[in-house]
Design a protein around this ligand. Sequence first.
Ligand SMILES: Nc1ncnc2c1ncn2[C@@H]1O[C@H](COP(=O)(O)OP(=O)(O)OP(=O)(O)O)[C@@H](O)[C@H]1O
Ligand SMILES: [Mg+2]
Length: 359
Amino acid sequence: MAIPFLKSLFPTKSFLGVDIGTTTIKIVELKRSQGLPELLNYGLLESYGHLERINNAIQTSTLKLADRETTEFLKILLKYGGFKSREAVASIPAFASFTAMMELPLMSEKETSQAMQFQAKQYIPLPVSSVTIDWIKVDERLDQKGNAFQKILLVSVPNEQIQKYKTIFDGAGLNLTTLEIEGLSSARSITNRSDKTSLIVDIGARSTGISVARNGLLKFSGQTDFAGGSLTQTLATGLNIRARRAEDLKKQRGLKGIGGEYELSTLMLPILDVIINEVRRVRDDYERGYTDKIQQVILSGGGANLLGVGEYFQGELGLPTMKAGPFSQVSYSSEIEPLISDLSSEFPVAIGLAMRGFQ
Ligand SMILES: Nc1ncnc2c1ncn2[C@@H]1O[C@H](COP(=O)(O)OP(=O)(O)OP(=O)(O)O)[C@@H](O)[C@H]1O
Ligand SMILES: [Mg+2]
């Protein structure tokens, strides 16, 4: 699946997984190895520029790093991080793509492909000529009469977005071999070899991606624009403080802290409730359309580090809730063992992308 607009012809030894988030760029370099892929290197660069803009931000889209800035950041990370490979796999955020779930009679891959070209038009809100379409079969079922059906996840990405990524990667001297939506990447690194149906909630800065995944494969996805940036914004407004200070308070004290006469949770819980309601909607939609039930919730993204967030999700959703553990998919030096727990939430997408390089 994904958007393989360029496929490298020669097997490469190591790959970069590059996750360009709204406020943070994460890169991991994985090397092919006999057992688990070997983690050669990783790096993260966070920009605080958006926090200066956040106070006037009407739409969170103003949080976005500009393309030129992104290229410069990438170059800095590559240079100082000592990454060796120039082969990169990158992700498209959920909010920059469009996904739809559809059901078709079961048929050959070739026939499905032809049917999709036709069907896609009805589902995509943009002219078909302006988007790149891809699809993935996520399930099969028999109806009561014994007819076989397949569930298809349709993904479309505006060509403009793809061009934008090519420009950014060209500018940074990287060979962009594959682009995929980030839900696929985190499904791969978080649920590989787990046959529990999991709901992955990726709380980023600008948006929260919600995916259902099992055995490393994405089954269903949703998204909301309420995320870490909204939490910072609500603290800044509620406590009448600058965004940068609100960001620090949020990171240091989380749901357990106090700011002025307020408990921070009083301000932040309403935002988390909006996210949780969207998670419930995705769970209900999934369980209506599939035969299995969601068994657990896995939190990822920087927002998963908010103190107390796991307990709150677990209480509200009534499902076992844990933090993502993508490093279990790679082998790494014992020197970084003490850091793993802190890095786990931030790296699922980048690790899943680099893993994709070997598939
Ligand atoms: N310890 C922490 N407690 C609370 N929030 C945190 C913590 N660490 C990071 N965050 C928040 O996580 C968010 C950044 O997460 P992440 O790096 O996953 O986002 P991103 O990938 O840049 O954004 P997006 O996925 O929306 O494009 C920010 O809102 C940041 O404030
Ligand atoms: Mg992200």
